[in-house]
Design a protein. Structure first.
Length: 141
């Protein structure tokens, strides 16, 4: 077995990782973490039902996701109103990893698309928009 000196790169990396994890635990217990999310799209909505987050995002069926025990969901605006006012909800937890993973799974169910901007996104996230098809004027078939 190789003797590892205290100045080795592996120990320094593990030290930094352990320090960050412990710091996140302390912050999680004292202040907590939160992720704000928005849903854009006409007819899209979100609700909490029996320990599950039920999201209507344009599919033939609602998307249901089991809410982890450490995560609390608060819904500010349950449904979108046109393309201007998005549905908004906030996830809060003491566990930074679990809240981040749950938020990523929610976003993955309908990520924002670049043409109309519909989909689930983090609050304040900028979605790069693309121009649609250019209408060819003067061309007849």
């Amino acid at each position: 077995m190789e003797n590892i000196s205290p100045d080795s790169r592996i120990e320094k990396a593990i030290h930094g990782t352990t320090r960050a994890l412990l710091n996140n635990m302390v912050i999680g217990v004292s202040k907590g973490f939160e992720k704000k999310m928005e849903i854009y799209g006409t007819g899209y909505n979100v609700k909490e039902q029996g320990g599950k987050l039920v999201i209507q995002v344009g599919f033939a069926h609602p998307v249901e996701m089991q809410i982890p025990k450490s995560v609390k969901v608060s819904i500010e605006i349950p449904a979108t109103k046109g393309n201007d006012t998005p549905a908004k909800f906030t996830l809060t937890s003491y566990d930074k990893h679990e809240i981040g993973q749950f938020a990523a799974n929610i976003r993955k169910s309908r990520p924002p698309e670049p043409y109309q901007g519909k989909g689930i996104r983090y609050a304040g996230e900028h979605v790069r928009r693309k121009a649609g098809k250019a209408f060819a004027s003067g061309a007849t078939a």
